[in-house]
Design a protein around this ligand. Structure first.
Ligand code: ADP
Ligand code: ZN
Length: 210
């Protein structure tokens, strides 16, 4: 079973992925995480993509597609994958279609206000990458590994958030059209008062029936 999580930055794709991993044994692949890993290790690929990622610009399609395909070919992906942050362009969706059978696209709809609030309060663990939110979590140490180095991503600074949102909207409607035409699209609304678990409850049964 292969699922795509679609939604603006800060729409809660990462939390949704966590629940799906727990309940369905899929592997969570975030292209943003893959890039950040490479940057942290300062590999040739990491150096190539660093200037894009740190300022919230998109990495060119060829590079992104190659990195994703490489990850999906690892043996742990045999049971299925959850893609988070991919595809972001129609071209990426078309290329993906050639190599992966997508069962469902879960699109999480959020308002700009929610995105601004969430990303502004988002802290990542330097050691394990776990995301914390000032809304739900303490940020003195990592809730998963206990690490004490929690940081804000460069691209979560206010000046880059708006740009990322605009870029997302510009490209996303044609991606949604692409999957709607294939009857794969499932849209959920994420409301400010909802916890990640509330939003997950809206999709769990649909995924279980796949
Ligand atoms: P966000 O959803 O907040 O943009 P991600 O962690 O998904 O954060 O991605 C971080 C950065 O990684 C993006 O700003 C972009 O530079 C790069 N990136 C991730 N996925 C893609 C993609 N599918 N296409 C192009 N660039 C990507
Ligand atoms: Zn941690």
């Amino acid at each position: 079973m292969n699922i795509i999580l679609n939604g603006a930055s800060g729409s809660g794709k990462g939390s949704m992925a966590g629940f799906l991993v727990r309940d369905f044994g899929l592997v969570h692949i975030s292209t943003g995480d893959l890039f950040r890993e490479q940057i942290a290790k300062q590999t040739p690929l990491g150096k190539k993509v660093e200037s894009y990622v740190s300022t919230g610009k998109w990495v060119p399609d060829e590079v992104t597609i190659e990195v994703l395909i490489d990850r999906m070919q690892q043996p742990d992906c045999a049971k299925g994958v959850i893609l988070d942050g991919f595809p972001r362009t129609l071209n990426q969706a078309i290329e993906l279609d050639k190599v992966l059978n997508v069962d469902l696209v879960i699109a999480i709809e959020v308002t700009d206000e929610i995105v601004q609030t969430r990303l502004g309060g988002r802290y990542m663990c330097r050691d394990c990458g776990t995301i914390h939110s000032t809304r739900w979590d303490k940020i003195d140490k990592c809730k998963k590994c206990g690490g004490i180095d929690l940081y804000q991503r460069d691209d979560d600074k206010a000046e880059f958030i708006q740009k990322r949102l605009e870029n997302f909207k510009l490209n996303n409607s044609e991606i949604l059209d692409f999957y709607r035409a294939k009857n794969k699209l499932f849209v959920v609304q994420d409301k400010i008062e909802n916890t990640p678990a509330d939003t997950y409850a809206l999709v769990k049964d649909t995924v279980a029936k796949l």
